[in-house]
Design a protein around this ligand. Structure first.
Ligand code: SF4
Length: 245
C-alpha cells in the first residue's frame, strides 16, 4: 500500500473532475489512501446471553425499541454507504439473531446494488435453527463467539448458556456454507486464559480460524475489564506454548 506523500488532500464533490497530482480522498478512503469498504452494523443491543465481561447480571439498560433503526432505516443507511464505496457489511449486536425478520433484512441488504458481502457475528445459540434460512437469504459467512471448551465454564461465563448449542450452530453454519468460519474468544484472566492453546488447537482439527480478542471496558462491567485484562501478546504466547494440542 502506498501512502500519498505529496499534494493536497481533496474531498471531491460527487462527479468532480480529478485534480492532477493531488491525493484524492473520498469518504471511503482514509488519509493514507487506504480504502475503507467494510461497515459493521449493530442490529440490537439485546442478547440471549449475559457474558460476565459484557453485561451485568441484572440492571442492564437497553435502548427503547423505538430508538433502534427500523429495517427500512437500516436499508437506507446501507444504500447510502454503498454510494460512498462500502461493499462489505457485518451485522452484529448484542446478538443479531434475536432481531425479528433477520433473513428478510439480509435478503434486502444483499439485493442492494454495490453490496458484495454480508457477514454475521453471533453467539450461535440460535444458529442451528436459523442457518438454513440465513444462508438462503444470502448471508455469506459467520463469526462465532466461543470463549471456552468447557461446558460448565461456558455456563458461568455466559451466565447460563449451553455450549452444545454453539457447536450445533457451528456445524449448521458449515453445512449451509456460511464459511470460512471464524471463531472469536475474549480472553479473560481467571476464566479462560489457560484455554488459549486448546482453543487455538481447534484450527488444527477443523477448517476454522480462531481470533483472540482483548476484553473491553463496557458499561456496567468496567471492573471486569480492569481486573481481568489479558494483553494480546500474552494470549499469543499462551497459544504458541500449546503447540499442536
Ligand atoms: S459478549 Fe456477545 S454473547 Fe455475550 S452477552 Fe455480550 S453480546 Fe451477548
Amino acid at each position: 500500500m502506498t501512502v500519498p506523500q505529496t499534494g493536497p488532500l481533496i474531498i471531491p464533490a460527487r462527479r468532480a473532475a480529478p485534480v492532477e497530482g493531488a491525493a484524492v480522498v473520498s469518504p471511503s478512503f482514509d488519509r493514507f489512501g487506504r480504502r475503507i469498504d467494510y461497515l459493521r452494523i449493530s442490529l440490537t443491543d439485546r442478547c440471549n446471553l449475559r457474558c460476565v465481561y459484557c453485561m451485568p447480571a441484572t440492571g442492564m439498560h437497553f435502548a427503547p425499541k423505538d430508538e433502534l433503526l427500523t429495517d427500512e432505516e437500516l436499508l437506507r443507511l446501507v444504500r447510502l454507504t454503498t454510494e460512498l464505496g462500502f461493499r462489505k457489511f457485518r451485522l452484529t449486536g448484542g446478538e443479531p439473531t434475536i432481531r425479528p425478520n433477520l433473513p428478510d433484512l439480509i435478503r434486502a441488504i444483499k439485493a442492494l446494488p454495490g453490496v458484495e458481502e454480508v457477514a454475521l457475528t453471533t453467539n450461535a445459540i440460535l444458529l442451528a435453527k436459523q442457518a438454513a434460512g440465513l444462508a438462503a437469504a444470502g448471508l455469506d459467512r459467520v463469526n462465532i463467539s466461543i470463549d471456552t471448551l468447557d461446558p460448565d465454564r461456558f455456563r458461568r461465563i455466559t451466565r447460563g448458556g449451553d455450549m452444545a448449542k454453539v457447536f450445533d450452530g457451528i456445524r449448521a453454519a458449515e453445512e449451509h456454507g456460511l464459511t470460512p468460519i471464524k471463531l472469536n474468544a475474549v480472553v479473560v484472566r481467571g476464566f479462560n486464559d489457560h484455554e488459549v492453546a486448546d482453543l487455538a488447537g481447534l484450527t488444527i482439527a477443523h477448517p476454522w480460524q480462531m481470533r483472540f480478542i482483548e476484553i473491553m471496558p463496557l458499561d456496567g462491567v468496567f471492573d471486569v475489564a480492569h481486573e481481568r485484562l489479558v494483553p494480546p501478546p500474552r494470549a499469543a504466547r499462551s497459544s504458541r506454548r500449546g503447540g499442536g494440542r
